[in-house]
Write a protein that binds this ligand. Sequence first.
Ligand code: SER
Length: 316
Amino acid sequence: MKNVLVIGSTGQIGSELTLKLRSIYNGNIVAGYIPGAEPKGELLETGPSAVVDITNAKQIAETISKYEIDTIYNLAALLSAVAEAKPQLAWKIGMDGLFNVLEVARESGCAVFTPSSIGVFGSNSPKDNTPQDTIRNPKTMYGVTKVSGELLSDYYFTRFGVDTRSVRFPGLISYVTPPGGGTTDYAVDIYYSAVKGETFECPIAAGTFMDMMYMPDALRAAIEIMEADASKFVHRNSFNVTAMSFDPEIITANIRKYIPELKVDYKVDPLRQAIADSWPNSLDDTCAREEWGWKPEYDLDRMTQDMITKLKERLV
Ligand code: SER
């Protein structure tokens, strides 16, 4: 990786990944954005940026050529709950957009990273220690686009030799850019309520387990898989990765170790709850560990300490 285009650079993952890539690589790390979501501050000042709408293949191709891009991070997506509200747009961004990226990559020889998700699994997938290779029968548009995206990315590798790689991210937790419209967002929002001293209204029922990961681990996963020696790969699109699994009660108890006064009221959102119920309780990420050395660094307690410290600096 020398010259990288990050599509969706101002989003939940992109805003941190772009800066991290710039801290590692000397080449052009281009912050691709859509009008209305312009890069600001450090993201704007530390490197080039360009309007790159994923639904516009010409715009992608022109940016690739202008900055001699060799790797594309395709981070444009609608998260699970918002994709249910706008399924047509979710398909347009997730699938038509991915098709554009893969076609440009085929023509220009770029490698492509596209995150997949625990959302590829559905109610027929094994719930505990969900294996790498198993039934994927999501009922959400988010999951449908992620499974289809995995298949299409593998097709472009085997048919055209495009170097496509991907991980199935669990819920990502960060104090920088909030997620928007995901099912796992509660595990970010609860930290904001805790630090602000507000009662947290939890949209997910107690006892609902989902995989989660702290953003520094997610950024490492996205970079390490693209740096990995592909000769060891049995899989490509996409690897299960996880760092921890908890339910609302466990994260509440952990935060209360540091902020005992945290109050939680349950106000379950039926849409998010149904999605969460269809997702795994915990993933088996053995293949990622074996094929490219994946290893998380943050467990729940270490993440909680860091989240609270950083949010206090930002909010209080
Ligand atoms: N965090 C995502 C969501 O909740 C899952 O990949 O939609």
